[in-house]
Design a protein around this ligand. Structure first.
Ligand code: SAM
Ligand code: SF4
Ligand code: SF4
Length: 359
């Protein structure tokens, strides 16, 4: 079993542990969950300072982001991704930090596209208008854009970078035009901050038609820096109730097993919304996601306190077979179910930051 645990912010490579050979067959963890999705954080840096993710008091001018030599190169990422796909991963999402601040990202997409997995990207949209066409040409399938408010003042305050809504809307439009749709638009709902805008957000994207899908995310206790409190969470049941009061909704089937968002369809046929209820309705029992951090550590849960160092193996000359055995062993030992056992106490625990592990 792999035991190479690295701390919240890895300070260097730890010695790799030799994993037992994976003999094939269905790869499942201790709760019978398959490994289906891989989220890759391509940078821990971001041009926003969203209050719920990278609060400026912590991520200020003195904050030390990872140096270039510590982060995986595109070739290292692509090599690992190939091993993951060989183990059953069918969907790869690039994230961060803000993935589009990493230079030349389309080159990574060109390396990943031939693997055959579905390729998606989560972005704050700020640089999307500039890059949408190149991303599509490189082989990206779809994008998800985060947009917490349509009210310019609220949005600027939430991203804490004084970034205007209009530019993100331009990015979403560019993505649609480039063929990267349907674009999912994620709104993290925080009580007392932007919850007054739930209906407006639903209306706006409903009116746009099939090219976009609004999704509402419960504010989570990721990391240790955002000062999360239960009272800040707006339960998705309340979100669905409020939107349904305006435009009646009915539940829709998941697109695939382990889909994070719960789908709701407008009864009048005008599209759908999604809600992600990570706090009020934990979905750990169907969680099929593995995460690869910016510096090559493997995390089996968004709320993990440590990761497994793959970079040491990659840079130490490990064969593809050794990587495959290591990854399989990490997955087979996986027991995570943080959201099912979340309490006010666990929420206060020291956890890896979302900008580092990838959302
Ligand atoms: N920078 C990109 C973006 O914002 O889309 C990608 C990385 S971001 C960490 C990925 C997703 O995580 C975003 O949709 C963001 O809104 C969400 N997120 C970050 N912190 C969160 C929190 N505390 N609770 C819920 N969602 C969060
Ligand atoms: Fe940056 Fe995305 Fe985190 Fe906002 S949510 S600070 S855009 S990484
Ligand atoms: Fe998956 Fe961990 Fe989230 Fe549960 S808490 S759904 S195991 S990432």
């Amino acid at each position: 079993m792999a035991k190479t645990i690295i701390p919240i912010r890895a300070q260097g490579a730890l010695a790799p542990v030799r994993a037992a050979p994976f003999t094939g067959g269905t790869l499942a963890d201790t709760r019978g969950r398959r490994m289906h999705d891989l989220r890759i954080s391509v940078t821990d840096r971001c041009n926003f300072r969203c209050v719920y993710c990278m609060p400026r008091e912590v991520f200020d001018a003195s904050y030390r982001f990872l140096p270039h030599g510590a982060i995986l190169s595109f070739e290292e990422i692509a090599r690992l991704a190939r091993v993951f796909v060989g183990l059953g991963v069918q969907k790869i999402r690039l994230t961060g930090g803000e993935p589009l601040v990493r230079r030349d990202l389309p080159r990574l997409i060109e390396l990943l596209a031939p693997l055959g997995a579905e390729l998606t990207l989560t972005t704050n949209g700020s640089l999307l208008a500039r890059h949408a066409r190149a991303l599509k040409a490189a082989g990206l399938h779809r994008v998800t854009v985060s947009l917490d408010s349509l009210d310019d003042a609220t949005f600027r305050a939430m991203n804490d970078a004084d970034f205007p809504v209009a530019k993100v809307l331009e990015g979403i439009e560019a993505a649609r035009e480039a063929g990267l749709g349907p674009v999912k638009v994620n709104m993290v709902v925080k009580r007392g901050v932007n919850d007054g805008e739930i209906e407006r957000m639903a209306d706006f994207w409903r009116a746009k038609g099939a090219g976009t899908i609004a999704r509402f995310i419960e504010y989570m206790d990721v990391g240790s820096t955002n000062g999360w409190r239960t009272d800040d969470v707006v339960p998705s049941a309340e979100i669905v109730r409020r939107i349904s009061a305006r435009w009646p909704l009915e539940p829709a089937d998941a697109n695939y097993e382990g889909e994070v968002a719960e789908r709701w369809r407008y009864k009048d046929g005008a599209g759908e919304i999604g809600v992600i209820s990570s706090v009020t309705q934990a979905f750990c029992s169907s969680c099929t996601r593995m995460r690869l951090s910016t510096e090559g550590a493997l995390y089996t849960c968004l709320f993990a306190q440590g990761g497994h160092d793959l970079k040491a193996l990659v840079r130490g000359g490990a064969s593809d077979e050794a990587l495959r055995n290591e990854i399989a062993a990490v997955w087979q030992a996986r027991e995570d179910r943080y959201s099912e056992i979340r309490t006010a106490q666990t929420a206060k625990g020291r956890k890896v930051e979302m900008s580092y592990i990838g959302g």
